[in-house]
Design a protein around this ligand. Structure first.
Ligand code: PRP
Length: 183
């Protein structure tokens, strides 16, 4: 048991359960994108681990890009303002994009990005999120591919952080309240 494991209240999805679901999503996207030369766009930082696994689970001829958006505190989060801090490096006009996210929460990030990519001329923008938290949604947006639908709990691991930590846990777990209480 690692120091990080001690901060976890319960495991939601084990490493094996995640791998099995990633394989299913990869197979599904293979059928949908075979021959369509998709461009997988990962939203940094949280999606970097899911991205690495999903592109290997989906063996279509494709390429990858990375985009970073401002991570905002709770106060600005409610404003819905999203800023790009690192943009993709190529012309996406006419391309079929698949945006890879770790979690779809309020929907601010993905509704902004979807519109942004369409404005830049993408032929299509699909969304693949590992976790979906529909109870928190404030924007009208749904993902095309969803790993797991989760309740409104503080989840970490497999890319998801608390104060930039726990991203490297191989499973997804719920953080003990005492770890973040007192904020
Ligand atoms: C998280 C997550 C999504 C976004 C989802 O990113 O990775 O990008 O929030 O929330 P939303 O649906 O309410 O927009 P965060 O800002 O925590 O940065 P990170 O990816 O670096 O962890």
């Amino acid at each position: 048991m690692s120091m990080m494991d001690q901060d976890i209240l319960k495991v939601l999805y084990t490493q094996e359960e995640i791998a099995a679901r990633v394989k299913e999503l990869g197979d599904q996207m293979y059928k949908d994108f075979k021959g369509k030369n998709p461009l997988f766009v990962s939203v940094l930082r949280g999606a970097f681990i899911f991205m690495a696994d999903i592109v290997r689970a989906c063996q279509v001829k494709s390429d990858v890009e990375f985009i970073a958006v401002s991570s905002y505190g709770n106060a600005t989060r409610s404003s819905g303002a999203v800023q790009i801090t690192h943009d993709i490096q190529q012309d996406i006009s006419g391309r079929n994009l698949v945006v890879i996210e770790d979690i779809l929460d309020s929907g601010n990030t993905l509704s902004f990005l979807k519109q942004y990519f369409l404005t830049k001329g993408a032929a299509s923008v699909s969304i693949c999120t590992l976790l979906d938290k529909p109870s928190r949604r404030t924007k009208v947006i749904t993902a095309d591919y969803i790993g797991f639908t989760v309740p409104d709990e503080f989840v970490v691991g497999y890319g998801l952080d608390y104060c930039q930590k726990y991203r490297n846990l191989p499973y997804i777990g719920v953080l003990k309240p005492e770890v973040y209480s007192g904020e």
